[in-house]
Structures are given as structure tokens and as C-alpha cells.
Design a protein around this ligand. Sequence first.
Ligand code: F6R
Length: 366
Amino acid sequence: EKGGYDTFMLKEIFEQPTTLRDCLRGRITGDCSRVTLSGVELNKDRFLQAERITLVACGTSWHAALIGKRLIQDFCQIPVEVEYASEFRYGNPVLNDRDIVIAISQSGETADTLAAIQLAKDKGAFVYGVCNVVGASIPRATDSGTYIHVGPEIGVASTKAFTGQVTVLTLLALAVGQLRGVIDSSTVQSVATALNAMPGTIEETLKCNDAVQKLSMFFTYAHNFIYLGRGYNYPTALEGALKLKEISYIHAEGYPAAEMKHGPIALIDQEMPSVIIAPSDSLYDKIISNVQQVKSRGGAVVAIVSKGNTAMKDIANFCIEIPDVPECLTPLVASIPLQLLAYYIAVNKGKNVDQPRNLAKSVTVE
Ligand code: F6R
């Protein structure tokens, strides 16, 4: 049942080329000129009239929501907010029938997310679900939605569901942007083409496995970690840190890289390694200078860089290369080495990665 892998988590990490193929199937036209999601098609008026979109979720799904915010802002020009479901439900949110609330949940059973949906519906918002488990409570409670179709996720630490959520949010942003006529066709064409090729791109990315396993040995006994990213990859940093916390029980924090100098850099010394997500995107030059600041305080640096990057090799202790993709898709590829890094550090420590202590796969109570 683990398909020859030692753990469900490793199986699910390596399954991502297949699960993303399933997630994309039938949603991008053959010529990559259009994205169609039935949940958007069937509710055109709601998406045309929307004045604001609020994304609600917990944990890893909340990290996907942060990436979704940026995608929807870039492609749909609608104001977007992201809330933890637990904060949203007790935060007296101001909503009306021009609001869309998108609830993201792998299990479809998370209690806080379900309660947030009920509240949003009571206030007249249109509620859209992005879920994995077909027929679960959340897809039943929402007005419409899109399944991520990545198959059962058994490992408690979410991996393939996260990449499926980010993929569906990308499709949704493209579909709604087209519907509202605010995205140009060349952007749709280039992002849809790269998204369509993502299963193969992830396959390619997974070749970093052996290098990540090797470098993980240097960090088995670390007590703390900092993950840094900017723009689209600030949420990737948060997700990388959460994976490490969950399964290896190492304290890890994710920060937007530029926030370092506002406090956290005080933590950096030889005992505090950093993981820096630095693809060759619009913020690359800025993140290089953030890395130099960390490096000069003696902390070890693991950098996730685009293929062919040379500048970072002189600064970072370890560089992991990821394929070049459009900026908005970099979280999908950058999260692969972070999943593997957390995995191997936990395995080095002899931890049970599929069932980490204190955690449940679905959190059905508050
Ligand atoms: C992290 C993880 C949790 C879940 C969170 C939400 O690896 O699995 O943080 O993401 O409990 O669960 P769902 O998506 O089922 O609502």
C-alpha cells in the first residue's frame, strides 16, 4: 500500500507528478489558451460581481491560501484577504452578498473551517470550497467548489494536498481573471502552458532527492531553523518551517526575508541554520542581500535556487536547484526540496514521520 516506499509521506511526495496530472485533467484547453473550472462557469454572476474574496483555512491549507491571495490579486484584480478559520469565525467579519469566501481544506472536516463557512453563508456570502476528500462535510456545506483530486493523503504532514491546493488556486485565479476580462491572453497562455507541464517539472524537481538527503545529515541535531522567502515564496517559507516542526520536532520559523532586520536576525549565530528560497524571480537581487546578512552572522545557509544559478554558490553552504518556471508557479517547485528536507531530518532522528506525536490528520474539534 506504500507502493514500495518506507512511509506514506515519502510515497505521497513522490506521487506529486501523478497527483498534479489528475488535478489538472480536463481543466486547461489543449492549446493552453483557456482554463475552465465548472464551479466558476456555473456561478459566473457571483464571480463577476464579487467585490472581495476572503480565503479561510488552517495550517498547511492556510499557507496555500496565502499563495492564492497573491494569485487572485495578480490575475483577477479583486481585493483578497486571508484568515485563519479560527480567527475569522470569532472575528465578527463584515460580509455581504458581494463577498466570496473560499474555504480550503484537504480533509473537508476541519471544525473551524466548517464553522467559518456556516458564518459566511449566514451573512450572505457565496462560499466556494477547495477540498480533496469527495463528499466530506465542507464540500457539502459550500455553495460550489473545485476538488483537488490528489487521492487519499495518509501521512499526517500534508504534501501532495498542498501542491494540489496551490494548483487549483492557480487555475481558479486564471479562470476568474479571464471571466472578468482583466488578464491578457499571453499571460494565460504562458502560465497555463507551464502549469500543464508541471507534472513533468515536478518529476524533474524530485531528482534533488539524493542531494537533499545528503545535506539533511548536517542538520539532524539542529535545535532551531529559520526559513526565508519573499513574494510568492514567503508562504513557501512558512510551509517549509511547518513541515520541519511537525515531523522532526525542531523549532522552525518562517519569515518574509526582509523582516529579518526588524528583529529575528538577532537569533542568527553558528547554531541557527537558515533555508532561503531564492528562485531567479523579480525579488532575487533583494533576497541575495538578505542572505548575505544572515551569512555574515555565521549561520549555515541552505539555498533553493533556479537551475543554472551561480551567484548563490559563493554565499550559501548548500544549494539545491529547481527548474525555472514562471514566478507565480515557483512555490510548487520550491516546496518539493523543503518537503524532502523535513522528511529526511525526521528520518535521521528516527521519528515516525507518518504519525507525528500530538497531531491528528483531521481536526474535527475546536
Ligand atoms: C500540516 C497539516 C495541517 C492541516 C490543517 C488543515 O501538514 O496537515 O496543518 O493542513 O489541519 O487541515 P485540512 O486541510 O484538512 O482542513
